[in-house]
Design a protein around this ligand. Structure first.
Ligand SMILES: Cc1cc2nc3c(=O)[nH]c(=O)nc-3n(C[C@H](O)[C@H](O)[C@H](O)COP(=O)(O)OP(=O)(O)OC[C@H]3O[C@@H](n4cnc5c(N)ncnc54)[C@H](O)[C@@H]3O)c2cc1C
Length: 461
């Protein structure tokens, strides 16, 4: 098997671009499962779009199923593989092709890591606004394929809003390339949007044209304490209105989550005491550090005077801002304390969040085997994450927890996936937030674009 699989690719790939057998022992399917070796027929390391295309032509001819690997940080099992599957990792396609400061665009290969894109933009006094905890590992191809969100969606939108063009290899090896630098293009269907968020099931992203923003000249942040959820919503509207476009982050952390996130080391020490029910990390980005800091402080003082908020502490330096965000971003402070963990990223209308989450905390406590419940999230986007610690990995316990979180979302127009996607973990819950007709149409699109079902089989549906 290993010999024949090598033969399929060694006409156009070098020996070190084809990993088989024991070479796979040091490869894995997820950054959190580095103790489990990858199960696959082979792992291929293409260095160009042409090579990806030739690989897909061979896979199409021999009906080999393919799973694409990016940074392996997805949280829904979408990079899991079977032992007869071909894995394509885009890690060697990691070149930043061009940064154009006039059109404010960056052309990148799919394997470039998010943090490198952020750094390159910053070197050019520009900003690629996407930001989240896994930025040091997640690759732009994976980010596009999951339509990642993160900490600045409120101001800049999700990945979908930040992509001007894509180059994609289809299941049969055809290359679809549209890497224009233009923002407006209404010439027919916007095909790139089909691939964004499709979790590697419709095509393989090999390059992208990213939309950059002017870099902000000021950044201010504060932690704010609340007694009631309704006041969090009030404060969101107040800050957004008063900051007139400068509000860039508004992250909510429930009390027990804040306690855990800030208890592990001095690097994540608590900026506010443990006296409040809710903690918000609020961030603004603007044009003048001194003036913006003064008006941010003034708004917090007014909110304190009117009892909208109970307490606030403002970052006094860039290193304080780093410290504040480290608390929110480093979810290992939660995961490390769990025997086993289960993750959620639900979406629901903002005013209903307080009651829905309080109710789920109560219900989860009643499930045998649930050890910890932590909630936090991008509340301004109506997106809340749950991390649940549990004593075992039994299917029954998983299902009981899934149902507890998801049942109720349909009635209030929520979603089982705000940003992480469906993968394998949420397949059976897709119908909670999509109609039968929508799912049927999705399957028709999949069948039309990948009639042999080669790309990431068994994911989403
Ligand atoms: C600590 C932590 C924090 C996180 N925070 C957030 C957050 O705030 N917001 C958020 O949205 N997500 C978050 N995530 C989830 C994750 O980081 C994102 O889903 C990320 O976009 C995945 O990128 P990746 O390169 O790791 O993709 P992978 O995990 O490697 O792959 C994800 C999917 O994309 C497919 N894929 C990968 N590359 C390509 C390609 N070139 N072409 C076609 N398909 C491809 C894979 O087959 C798979 O289906 C977080 C994860 C962690 C571990």
């Amino acid at each position: 098997m290993n010999f024949s699989i090598r033969q399929l690719f060694n006409e156009f790939l070098q020996k070190d671009q084809i990993l088989t057998g024991s070479d796979l022992d040091t490869r894995y399917h997820h950054i959190w499962h580095m103790d489990q070796s990858l199960q696959a027929a082979c792992l291929l390391l293409p260095e160009s779009t042409k090579e990806v295309s030739m690989i897909m032509k061979q896979c199409d001819k021999h009906q080999l199923t393919v799973v694409v690997h990016g940074g392996l940080t997805n949280l829904v099992g979408s990079t899991e593989t079977q032992e007869d599957e071909v894995v394509i990792s885009l890690e060697r396609m990691n070149r930043i092709v061009q940064t154009d400061t006039s059109s404010r665009t960056m052309e990148v290969e799919a394997g470039v890591i998010l943090e490198h894109i952020q750094d390159k933009a910053e070197e050019n006094q520009l900003l690629f606004p996407l930001n989240f905890g896994a930025k040091g590992s997640a690759q732009i191809g994976g980010i596009i394929s999951t339509n990642a969100g993160g900490l600045r969606v409120l101001k800049y939108g999700m990945t979908r809003q930040l992509i001007l063009g894509l180059e994609v290899v289809l299941a049969d090896g055809r290359i679809i390339s549209s890497l224009k630098k233009i923002i407006k293009d209404n010439s027919g269907y916007d095909l790139k949007q089909l691939f964004i968020g499709s979790e590697g099931t419709l095509g393989i992203v090999t390059k992208a044209m990213l939309k950059l923003e002017e870099a902000p000249k000021s950044r201010n942040a504060a932690y704010v304490g609340f007694d009631a959820f309704a006041k969090v919503v009030h404060f969101l509207k107040y800050m957004d209105g008063q900051l007139a476009g400068q509000l860039s982050g508004f992250e909510l952390i429930w009390k027990n989550t804040y306690q855990q996130m800030t208890s592990t080391s001095d690097a994540v020490r608590p900026p506010l005491p443990y006296d409040y029910n809710y903690y918000v990390l609020v961030e603004s980005m603007g044009a003048d550090q001194i003036k913006d800091q003064q008006s941010f402080e003034f708004l917090l003082e007014k909110a304190l005077e009117s009892d909208m908020i109970l307490d606030a502490v403002m970052a006094q330096s860039p290193s304080d801002v780093e410290w504040f965000f480290r608390i929110r971003e480093d979810v290992n402070n939660l995961v490390d304390f769990m025997t086993h963990d289960q993750h959620f990223d639900i979406s629901l209308p903002i005013p209903l969040i307080g009651e829905y989450i309080a109710d789920r905390y109560e219900r989860l406590k009643e499930i045998d085997g649930v050890e910890q419940v932590y909630a936090f999230g991008h509340v301004a986007d109506g997106n809340i994450h749950f991390m649940i610690g549990k004593e075992n990995t039994s299917a029954d316990l998983k299902k009981a927890i899934d149902h507890c979180i998801y049942d109720g979302l349909k009635a209030i127009g929520g979603s089982v996936s705000a940003e992480h996607g469906i993968g394998v973990h949420k397949k059976e819950y897709l119908q909670i937030c999509r109609t039968t007709e929508e799912i049927q149409l999705m399957k028709q699109v999949k069948n039309m674009m990948d009639p042999k079902g080669l790309l990431n089989p068994g994911k989403i549906f």
